[in-house]
Design a protein around this ligand. Sequence first.
Ligand SMILES: NC(=O)c1ccc[n+]([C@@H]2O[C@H](COP(=O)([O-])OP(=O)(O)OC[C@H]3O[C@@H](n4cnc5c(N)ncnc54)[C@H](O)[C@@H]3O)[C@@H](O)[C@H]2O)c1
Length: 272
Amino acid sequence: MAHGLLKGKRGIITGALNDQSIAWKVAELAAAEGAQIVLSNAPVAMRMGEINKLAESIKAPIIPADATNDADLEKLFTGSVEQLGGKMDFVLHSIGMSPNVRKGKTYDDLNYEWYKQTLDISAMSFHRMLQAASKTDAISDWGSVVALSYIAAQRVFPGYGDMADAKALLESIGRSWGYYLGMSKKIRVNTVSQSPTMTTAGSGIKGFGGFYGFAQEMSPLGNAPAENCAEYCISLFSDLTRYVTMQNLFHDGGFSSSGVTPQVMAKFTTPE
Ligand SMILES: NC(=O)c1ccc[n+]([C@@H]2O[C@H](COP(=O)([O-])OP(=O)(O)OC[C@H]3O[C@@H](n4cnc5c(N)ncnc54)[C@H](O)[C@@H]3O)[C@@H](O)[C@H]2O)c1
């Protein structure tokens, strides 16, 4: 049921690759809540063509942008302001990729060229995006920016490799830009740390089934589905959260605060 939470608002949503993507669900829900949206993804991801279906169904223009390319990002912001007829009220950064993880390079055997790419695509892109937005003055006062993170920024999850470092940097960039954009424009910037979710990026992690199952059993509410992550993002884009900024917000069914659960204990308890 829609509540009109984003009625009259304009936003950019990056990272919708297919209907599993968290960004796809955010885009659908943002449109249902009354927003006008521009969709964006890397030109190479566009070739798969899936995004066109989403664009048609929610009547959103698409502006391709490689998130590691500053000129592309400036065009994304100026083009969005032009196409939607005003500044953006919200932006979603939903971008992540590690060549090391993809090619099975473990944390103790990283390829450093790929490591640079991991950091650029998955974290520096967030800085680049906000710098482009700032230079083009494309976000409204009291606007809201969200990027998606994962708890490997704080704790070690073997298999998540160099993406853990990228997420730590991403969260720090969110805090820092939250300060600068808060001071200059009252714009808020937050990261949402989401449960393991079955998507293209998620299932590219070695042993993802294990991550998913462990988190499921360690979370009092269970893993948070992508649809509910979308709802949380919408709440952060809405006017109901105007003073929430510079935070890393866990959307994880309680995983981050749980020590152990009976389900996990049972695996180590011998019957008396
Ligand atoms: N799936 C999970 O378990 C999980 C958990 C926590 C956080 N996240 C984060 O959520 C975000 C979205 O991932 P997802 O799980 O929906 O997977 P996804 O694979 O659907 O989305 C990742 C997106 O990043 C885009 N991308 C990659 N390189 C790019 C570039 N150079 N320029 C622009 N876009 C680029 C891809 O095209 C894709 O659309 C990522 O930041 C991911 O790390 C995912």
